[in-house]
Design a protein around this ligand. Structure first.
Ligand code: TYD
Length: 154
């Protein structure tokens, strides 16, 4: 999947749960300040990601063959970056699936609400950083695929 241009930040339109689609989940290029001393990338909430960043979490020390995710969120919007190494994100809106390979620390994957996601194919030493629009709330999760599908087509 090619990244959309930096001057095209994600602007998510209001949608009902069943209107969200994997096509809204796009790669976004981030600024890259190149420097012989080491490159620098920055992310501003409301600019490069269309939400105020209320939480950051990261996955690391992921053993080979591991799978993470396996859930959907009712309201949460996320922006996923491979800070180091690489991994795949499989997105599923109940109708369509797409697999996205993340391997750059200057690009991220925007994931809209109501998308079932699985993360796999982690390279050794990879770090997956996630910027989130809300603080952790277990009530925002669908952890059962059948529940997710019922909610999508209700
Ligand atoms: P989970 O979201 O299921 O992880 P993943 O999608 O990567 O497989 O979360 C795993 C556990 O961590 C679960 O018990 C909830 C807890 N957790 C928090 O306490 N705060 C957080 O911000 C996150 C993302 C998870």
């Amino acid at each position: 999947m090619s990244a959309i241009a930096l001057d095209s930040p994600v602007r998510a339109p209001a949608r009902t749960p069943s209107q969200h689609s994997v096509n809204e989940c796009v790669m976004v290029s981030l600024p890259k300040i190149q420097d012989p001393r080491g490159n620098l990338t920055f992310i501003e909430g409301g600019s490069h990601v269309d939400f105020d960043i209320r939480r950051v979490y990261y996955l690391y020390d992921v053993p080979g063959g591991s799978e993470r995710g396996g859930h959907a969120h009712k309201e949460l919007r996320q922006f996923i970056i491979a800070m180091s190494g690489s991994f795949d994100v499989v997105l599923d809106d109940g109708r369509e699936k797409k697999r996205v390979h993340l391997n750059r620390s200057y690009a991220g994957l925007y994931v809209c609400p109501m998308i079932w996601r699985e993360l796999d194919n982690f390279s050794s030493g990879s770090v997956c950083m996630v910027l989130a629009s809300h603080r952790y709330d277990e009530a925002d999760y669908y952890r059962d695929y059948a529940d997710f599908m019922r909610a999508r087509w209700a």
